[in-house]
Design a protein around this ligand. Sequence first.
Ligand code: TYD
Length: 393
Amino acid sequence: MEGTPDDLLRSFIGPPLFESFVRVGMFNDEDAHKAVDLYRERFNVVGWKENSVYPGIPAILKALKKRGAYVAVATAKPIKFSERIIEYFGLAPYIDRLEAISMTEHHADKGVIVRRALPEKYTRACMIGDRATDIIGAIENNIDGIGALYGYGSREELTEAGSFAIADTVEDLWPLLFDEGEEKDEGLFITFEGSDGCGKSTQARLAAKWLTECGYDVVTTREPGGCPISERIREIILDVKSVGMTGECEALLYAAARAQHVKTVIEPAVKRGAIVLSDRFVDSSVAYQGAGRELGRELIRRINEPAVQGRMPDMTLMYDLPPMKAMQRRLAASEPDRMELEKQAFVEKVYQGFLEIAKEEPERVVLIDADRPVEEIEMDTRRELIRRIAATK
Ligand code: TYD
């Protein structure tokens, strides 16, 4: 057998597994079939989740969709696994067609798969792939093969196969796929809201991890805070020494912290194309200071205008947990801070304040039942996130 074990393993990624086993002389045909079945057995249980999407890919898929492109996946992986992977990583909304192989097939001719994946009529088409088999499959169908060097193939392999162009990085795909001077799309601003102890911070953390695995550029932040000056304001507000702070003072401090946060963190990240996830935002002020401290929602919205500067969330995930349950969870988790020591009546008003916002803005605010196991809430969160992120309007 040639090469170091690492090189040998790399050469297995991409081409059909059966052929690789036979090519390196590891097994005869019969044993190679058995080996493929064993590989699939493990892949079926754990292997498929050990993937992650190359950073930047979903942004490209979204931009393609927005411009009306037809996007197909042509893979030598079994259909069942391919579907599951596409679904799990939130790629399904971007993909018009999936062509893969059946579970009983062990051989796959990439050229045939590519042909099946192409639409009936097209004027321009290309196939992006990281192995020689992908490029050869493209050429067999008279379309351009773009070599993805960020994958597992080498420059020599992709060049020799006849790549029309080679993308060293995912970013290099932009000029190959889009017209010159086309502006990159803005990102999205998504907030996580709800009463204390509703579990929104856990969900924000899980969402950030998952979206990163899905290939998105994710920025996580929180309020009050999110940047050094605002974190200092946070300390003043939440400090037990601040007992006696008036509602107006409190509301203005939250707005002041927000002004800095929006301008220095949220706005630049969204402009760059990132997905910004913020644990709390202006809805918290409307619920806590507006409803809870009874300053009125309109006053709170007004004093927040210069802070928000029109940058309202594209979507708000609001975790709905009745106050009594929220209180029980919170006290079990950590020491209460000043805000948390407020009496139950206040908590109830805040809760109602949040529900009012959800009722007022059903387009923006998605209410999620938070009185369930974390995993179930996480699945709902993922579904809502992808629904909003993949929307191209
Ligand atoms: P948070 O950091 O979410 O607290 P925890 O991690 O304990 O859930 O928020 C701190 C407190 O600040 C919380 O009780 C809610 C309150 N708050 C407001 O009253 N108004 C606001 O505008 C914001 C952002 C938070």
